[in-house]
Design a binder for this molecule. Structure first.
Ligand code: DAH
Length: 343
């Protein structure tokens, strides 16, 4: 008996020592199996029961069970220790430095041409205009002939055209959309048509591709006064509440009479400065009363209906509004330039 319990204490001691030495849960598991596994020490002791006399068996069995319980307790504690240590190590290796600077997300901004286009759409949509977008590849009829500019018309020289073939070209003006729209709609008409246009032209204020915004109104009793009233409203919203407009006689084949529209210089308030070259006025768009021939080409009776139309360069408006002196800045997409247009 005595001998037995000493033996048991030895087993528990050895198990404890080996468990302490075990590095990690895998090694600990192996130690545990050595004592408590199917081929372990405890099982082999129980197997020995057969060799004992029936009187000895109960007390031996009790002892082995007590040994097993002790070992189980010991291993449970060892397992908890190892798990805790492993967790600690894991947490340490995965530490998060919350003081590290984050990765900066650059916030984009709308291109100034897009901004001005959106503003124009807002202004005119508020007056009841409908948006129409025509094709960039046009034929000669819509870009010129239907706009009262036949093949031999000298006004064709005003716009250096990129021809794709005899018949097709890159539209030189969004005015082509007027015809397309009037072919599909009857008066009352209030159309606004933004889009890209193309001309073989290239200097500080001209680019081979630029954007225009076309406007067209056709109804009973439309007059030049309606045009000027609407343009005043546009200038006040786009530039400054004290902006004024003035109409100068001009010529476009598709309008009669035709005008060029100046806005009082927002930089000097009309007194005269370098931006307006001392005149106090800045030219912003072309406009006029829709030529009878154009209405006829679209089967609208010019004796019943009249209309006005206008067309403006969006880059030009953006340059005036933001004081940009070279149109190339608007296509180079230099981030240092574009960043200045953030809200
Ligand atoms: N299409 C003309 C241009 O590109 C601008 C223009 C002038 C449009 C008068 C119009 C207008 O609608 O009535 O130069």
């Amino acid at each position: 008996m005595e001998e037995n319990s000493i033996m048991q204490e030895d087993i528990v001691k050895t198990a404890r020592e080996e468990a302490e030495k075990a590095e990690g849960s895998r090694a600990l598991y192996e130690v545990k199996m050595k004592f408590l596994g199917r081929a372990g020490i405890v099982t082999s002791m129980l197997k020995k029961m057969k060799e004992l006399s029936p009187e000895e068996r109960p007390s031996f069995g009790k002892k082995v069970n007590a040994l097993r319980e002790k070992l189980e307790e010991g291993f449970a504690a060892a397992e908890a220790r190892v798990k805790q240590r492993e967790l600690q190590e894991k947490l340490q290796s995965e530490t998060l430095d919350v003081t590290m600077p984050g990765r900066r997300q650059k916030k984009g901004a709308l291109h100034p041409v897009t901004r001005v286009k959106n503003e124009l759409v807002d202004i005119f949509a508020g007056m009841g205009f409908e948006i129409f977008e025509g094709p960039e590849i046009e034929n000669d009829y819509y870009n010129f002939t239907a706009l009262n500019t036949p093949a031999d018309h000298p006004a064709r020289d005003m716009q250096d055209t990129f021809y794709l073939s005899e018949e097709y070209l890159l539209r030189t003006q969004t005015s082509a959309g007027q015809i397309r729209f009037m072919e599909q709609h009857r008066p009352p008409i209030k159309m606004l048509s933004p889009g890209r246009v193309f001309r073989s032209d290239d200097d500080a204020t001209h680019s081979p591709m630029f954007h225009q915004m076309e406007g067209l109104v056709v109804d009973h009793n439309i007059t030049l006064c309606d045009l000027q009233g609407m343009l005043d409203e546009f200038a006040r919203t786009m530039f400054s509440s004290s902006s004024k407009t003035r109409l100068r006689p001009s010529y476009f084949p598709f309008t009669e009479p035709s005008v060029e529209v100046d806005v009082s210089c927002a930089a000097c308030g009309g007194k005269g400065c370098s931006l307006c070259k001392g005149t106090g006025w800045i030219e912003v768009l072309g406009a006029g009363m829709v030529n009878r021939r154009v209405l006829e080409n679209c089967h609208i009776d010019p004796d019943e209906y009249t209309g006005f139309a206008f067309g403006m360069g969006i880059e030009r408006i953006a340059m005036l509004k933001y004081g940009i002196n070279n149109i190339k800045l608007l296509t180079e997409n230099d981030v240092r330039f574009l960043e200045q247009f953030k809200d």
